[in-house]
Design a protein around this ligand. Sequence first.
Ligand SMILES: Nc1ncnc2c1ncn2[C@@H]1O[C@H](COP(=O)(O)OP(=O)(O)OP(=O)(O)O)[C@@H](O)[C@H]1O
Ligand SMILES: [Mg+2]
Ligand SMILES: [Zn+2]
Length: 509
Amino acid sequence: MFSKINGIGLFGMNAFMISCEISTSSGTPTFDIVGLGDIAVQESKMRIKAALANSDIYLSQQRVTINLAPANIRKIGSMYDLPILVSLLSAENIIRRDISKSAFIGEVSLGGDLAGVRGALSMVIEAHKNGIEEVYLPYDNAKEASVVEGVRIYGVKNVSELAKHLTGKPVIPVTEPYIPTAGEYFTGADYSEVRGQENVKKAMEIAAAGFHNVLMIGPPGTGKSMIAKRLPTILPQMTFDESIETTQVHSVAGMLDDKHPLVTARPFRNVSHTASAVGLIGGSGIPKPGEISLAHNGVLFLDELPEFDRKVLETLRQPLENGEITISRAMGSVCYPCNIMLVAAMNPCPCGNFGSPNKKCSCSKLQVQNYLNRISQPVLDRIDIQVEVAPVNFEEMTAKEKGESSAAIRERVQRARDLQERRYKGTGIKTNSQITPGLLHEVCVMSEEAKAMMRNAFDRLGMSARAYDRILKVARTIADLDGEEIISKKHISQAIGYRSLDRKYWASR
Ligand SMILES: Nc1ncnc2c1ncn2[C@@H]1O[C@H](COP(=O)(O)OP(=O)(O)OP(=O)(O)O)[C@@H](O)[C@H]1O
Ligand SMILES: [Mg+2]
Ligand SMILES: [Zn+2]
């Protein structure tokens, strides 16, 4: 007797189809599983035997060999329990449904219940690509999986229910496709609560419009953290495709729950400065996504930037440049997306008052330098917009009228995003921050005056090629907010202004 059941495997975020082949014969009872399974796969025998017995299903076959094909791909995890178990049922000839276009995922407990698995969304997407029409998976994963259009999802609670269903009695209902509500906005806080700091809010608006990285430097209590935390209120809603991408990462990390089967609000990951490199960019045994990937399509907020371990910050360089991160392990490499907006805040020195107009800094020159030097030039270089946050004056603090609302700012951001979407259609680029070198001069056309100013700045400031590119991209965004196609002198001048803190604070290097 020989049969084949479809299953789906996962490594990192890469899902792949497997088929579970079973061969049975009479003789001394044996149960072997071959096909590069890890310990969890080897142990599935015990779980499955107990689960079947506890579901009152008794097998007549004695010698059983299971092959998880393709045999050259490692199978790690417990999601293979279910296809193995269904293979056994099929060998018993008790399956009466056509399951040639079905796939099975899930871990079974000794008692016969199914336990949720991580990464279900990625696995169902892969199954759909391979022509699978229905997927049986643990009930806990059903809502998440039902987001994928064109696949029937069966949420299975336990083995006996599944066995009954497969014998022909349709006892498990098809999961209603989850229709996500439109992308959510972040609520609960608003830019109207921030007094003064108009230039900082403008910088955040530009950053949000072009998805640029931004750094705020200033003394304590001036509103840096407050301003950063309100950034999600001016970012455009997530599109459905962005939701799916981000949800896949959260699914692999095991961070979804029944109430939130789809991530619909842009992530805002406020990471503690005690974070390790693994916590930030991902890794460990079977590489897990780090904060930078959990923030995919959203914001990674690093408050008190110099308090982070310098080595940890350096690990951000590659992912920030590439928008994805590859983690290599002996068992294979894993790639996670991390198209993020980095938002960082810091004091300029240990006491916080260096450069302040009204407070005296009590640090030595060396202390200030050491503090600033915790941020390396390459990391700094990747931050397109740097802005100084000065103390708010009394008039601003006590002014009657509130600041502009987040909704009003968001409207301008959205308009600039719409422009970018039209401009980059079909290029794979979403925002100005992602403009490729090949496209830079085509999409960033400057007026003659603007060009002259850029040339002047390039020579005078000893600008690097990278700084030049980044200034041009920010100028592109400022022009988009103005609704202008040609970049003018005013746009260039503002964009250069956002790179001047480099020279004020880090002039010595
Ligand atoms: N511009 C502002 N408008 C209104 N309230 C403000 C402003 N700046 C600061 N505050 C008030 O001060 C509190 C502290 O501000 P916040 O934590 O943002 O300062 P910070 O610049 O991050 O300081 P630190 O450098 O110490 O982290 C805020 O929660 C808010 O109540
Ligand atoms: Mg703060
Ligand atoms: Zn100081």
